[in-house]
Design a protein around this ligand. Sequence first.
Ligand code: NAD
Ligand code: TDX
Length: 361
Amino acid sequence: MRSFRNVLVTGGAGFIGGNFVHYLFRRAGGFTGRVIVLDALTYAGNASSLADVERDFPDRYAFVRADICDADAVRRVFAEYDIDAVVHFAAESHVDRSILGPEAFVRTNVMGTFNLLEAARSAWGFGSGKPREGTLFHHVSTDEVYGSLGPTGYFTEDTPYDPRSPYSASKASSDHLAFAYHHTYGLPVTLSNCSNNYGPYHFPEKLIPLMILNILEGKPLPVYGDGKNVRDWLYVEDHCDAIWRILTAGSVGRKYNVGGENEVENIRIVNTLIDVVSAKAGLDPEKVRSTISYVADRPGHDRRYAIDCSRIKKELGWSQSVSFDEGIDRTVEWYLRNMDWVAGIKSGEYTKWIERNYDNR
Ligand code: NAD
Ligand code: TDX
């Protein structure tokens, strides 16, 4: 088992990065190191999601507000905190936004990843001098790099890349860069391609939190196209567990697919959420169902994703631990109990709070 002293988590104020930081402190067996979150706090970042970690682990947690595209800032973090592992989540992550404004995706996902890889290579001495031992760069990626499936078949780690949106093309590019740094300079890199996550702290532009909040607020429920596109949903904690296993025991230079083995049509997700939210919030489900609104399809909308995750199961003993019913129940409960978090995100209050509370390095 590898162990690390100073883990740099980029994008730790976002959805999965934030859950991963919680996982490191609360669930990762044997982890006693320090976590340094580096996050630019874009619209999707919310450092208050980590307020409990900051309170409970003041000596083992640090937050740096910085852009991964800022080479000097990233270099300083490697030096100041003596980073020995990177878990790289920071990205522009929403497909619809990538269609409206692709440039930010190329900048952060491609140039930002390049910048981090360069900083790691230089700080750890790969490609020149004597490389430092005991380091690892884990790159977090998506199943969307593989393209779109028809009604049958699965993405394996050997499926050729075929990204079809600016988002997935930028992620595919970052995957190639990460492995190029491994092959060319010997940088110790691991990579994971995961399917759709859901759970706490999910930004309410994505299907599941958007539907939960629209149901509660009595707003229309926008379903793209015929609603029959299929995603493979995984509860976010199970993704965090997969990343932890790769970090500590995965083979360097290897990629791992992670998935829920839980294919669901979008319209079924919407109907399930209508039932669960209505039951918990005392709404009439049939009245809510009448607010479903079929809207214009997403341009280039990938039809189906389905992950074959047998490699990580076989090699690292990982498996999903939270069923879809249980995960949806927990997620809806979380949103009902954390409406202040939602309100903060929507008002931008937390962004202003963080600007008051942290130096802008
Ligand atoms: P998110 O949008 O919720 O969070 C992204 C975080 O990155 C935010 O905190 C944001 O402030 C930060 N960030 C953005 N640009 C930055 C920059 N230039 N410099 C520093 N920080 C920056 O995203 P997420 O859903 O948590 O996804 C995290 C990672 O996981 C992404 O790389 C994404 O591609 C990948 N992924 C996501 C899913 C999913 O279902 N959400 C599935 C598979 C893989
Ligand atoms: O309002 C909506 N109506 C709708 O029908 C929204 C927001 C989405 N959809 C559909 C589009 C997709 O088929 O629901 C499905 C899920 O959409 P998103 O939540 O936007 O996720 P997706 O596009 O599948 O991408 C997600 O999974 C892979 C993440 O956002 C990515 O970051 C991740 O890499």
